[in-house]
Design a protein around this ligand. Structure first.
Ligand code: DUC
Ligand code: ZN
Ligand code: ZN
Length: 483
């Protein structure tokens, strides 16, 4: 008799903690049993394969609305396709506030787009660019109550960046409402100053992107972001750590007991500043911020991953195409690097790159891999144990993983909307052969089958991990006052 809607049979289940042989029994889109010889109405053969929790990508820019009226090229449909092709089943994307406008100006439209397009489950971070009194008093509490429990701030980038006063207002608002804060850490004024000098010296090709924002620019902003969060007693996550100098700031704060977490991205394990020094505009394909670094940086980042300073690897998929008059060429055929959109695609490549370099490369073990790409982001963003693990009661989001399969990355395999991948031609070992989302097979042998709109919104309530630790300078809670 078939007791289960679906049984994933004969695989080796890997969670963030354990590795064991079991069938996975699914009923109603949830895992209900891990045992031997389960019988299902449908069976998915996982013999010889690893069975991992679906990837959780808590930093990706999908169909993001921009103040100039454009929309991020990757839609919820194409982005979900890329996710499923690469073994990711949950994303947290960015609703944006336009400077000078309330959050309510953009959020309902963004929700509509996600609801109609998403084929993976999704939550939102809210980007705050203008923390006016109405925003911090009324809108932030409202959006947190609606399940958007994380705010994103940029310490650089026009027109997104916040100065220290505005950043403090966001930290305080987060503390009052029980939200988490994620931070892009680079020094705005320092970058502008270097950019102006580089332009004055005629140094405008893509390789000078790296020169405009060296490690110290990231280290300084990381230190400041943490120090101000400490002043407010507000937990934060530092996004896309690119170098050990920034990670050391985080490690020092963690050692003091500060609630600061850190993420890095596969591009910082693979790409280098020298990739931007290619003929013509080719280097723009590798341009992201913080900048790819030097030849020795990736190994030092892996050290920080092994030490636990960095415990999440997200994609920061921020996709702009290369050909045509959009994306990287939006400012023309030969633009200065200051006018080239930053960002690289990475939704599909994230798991294969981290597995190949990490597990296959002998740098981390299997369970650590699962923690980096699924368990830890799910915990940090209040999605665990529904997401990020395989256990009775968790969503049946699973990846069947062929650990020994070697694949040469091509843009076609990425299945995103973007016309290039910075990893073209790179061989990786370890590849997803099937993705199950909510108990349904959504990808098999690279073929994605899912309905636009089938992804569910994931409202995120309060959870212990992001509660302030109660260490306020002089015991005075300045965030109790809207100033
Ligand atoms: N860096 C970001 O911070 N966001 C998007 C793209 C990028 O490179
Ligand atoms: Zn960023
Ligand atoms: Zn980003």
């Amino acid at each position: 008799m078939a007791d289960y809607d679906l049984v994933v049979r004969g695989g080796t289940v890997v969670t963030g903690a354990d590795t064991f042989r079991a069938d996975v029994g699914v009923v109603g889109g949830r895992v209900v049993a891990l045992a031997e010889n389960l019988q299902g109405k449908e069976t998915l053969d996982a013999g010889g394969l690893l069975v991992l929790p679906g990837g959780v990508d808590t930093h990706c820019h999908i169909e993001q609305l921009e103040p100039n009226g454009t929309i991020n090229e990757e839609s919820f449909v194409t982005g979900s396709t890329a996710c499923l092709a690469g073994g990711t089943t949950t994303i947290v994307t960015f609703a944006s506030q336009f400077k000078g406008h309330p959050i309510s100006h953009t959020l309902p439209e963004y929700r509509r787009r996600a609801r109609e397009g998403a084929m993976v489950d999704y939550g939102f971070h809210q980007i705050i660019t203008d923390p006016t009194e109405a925003v911090v008093r009324d809108e932030i509490p409202e959006l947190v109550a609606s399940g958007i429990r994380s705010l994103k701030v940029f310490l650089t980038y026009d027109p997104l960046h916040l100065d220290d006063a505005a950043y403090l207002r966001v930290l305080a608002a987060a503390r009052r409402t029980g939200a988490f804060v994620t931070v892009h850490c680079e020094n705005y004024e320092a970058i502008r100053w270097r950019q102006a000098a580089l332009m004055a010296d005629g140094k405008s090709t893509p390789k000078y992107h790296a020169w405009s924002r060296p490690r110290v620019v990231e280290r300084e902003a990381t230190h400041r972001a943490i120090a101000l969060a400490e002043l407010v007693d507000q937990p934060i996550q530092v996004f896309h750590v690119s170098c050990t100098e920034a990670a050391e700031e985080i490690a020092r704060a963690q050692a003091r007991g500060v609630k600061v977490w850190a993420e890095t991205c596969p591009q910082y394990f693979v790409l280098q500043a020298s990739d931007m020094d290619r003929p013509g505009l080719e280097g723009a394909k590798f341009m992201c911020s913080p900048s790819p670094r030097g030849p020795g940086d990736a190994e030092l980042l892996w050290d920080q991953v092994r030490r636990g300073t960095i415990d999440v690897v997200s994609s920061d998929h921020s996709a702009t195409s290369y050909e045509g008059n959009r994306g990287k060429r939006i400012a023309g055929e030969n633009p200065p690097f200051t006018k080239i959109p930053n960002g690289v695609p990475g939704l599909t490549a994230r798991l294969p790159l981290v597995f190949s370099l990490g597990v296959n490369g002998g740098r981390i073990d299997l369970n650590h891999f699962v923690r980096l790409i699924a368990t830890n982001p799910a915990k940090l963003f209040g999605l665990y144990p529904r997401k990020g693990t395989i256990a009775p009661g968790s969503d049946a989001d699973l990846v069947l993983w062929e650990a020994g399969k070697t694949v040469t990355i091509t843009n076609g395999l990425m299945q995103h909307h973007i016309d290039y991948t910075p990893y073209e031609g790179m061989a990786v070992t370890g590849w997803p052969v099937a993705t199950v989302k909510g108990g349904r097979v959504a990808m098999r042998d690279g073929k994605v089958q899912a309905e636009p709109g089938s992804g569910q919104y994931l409202p995120r309530g309060p959870y212990d991990m992001i509660r302030p630790r109660g260490a306020l300078p002089d015991g005075f809670d300045a965030s109790a006052f809207i100033v």
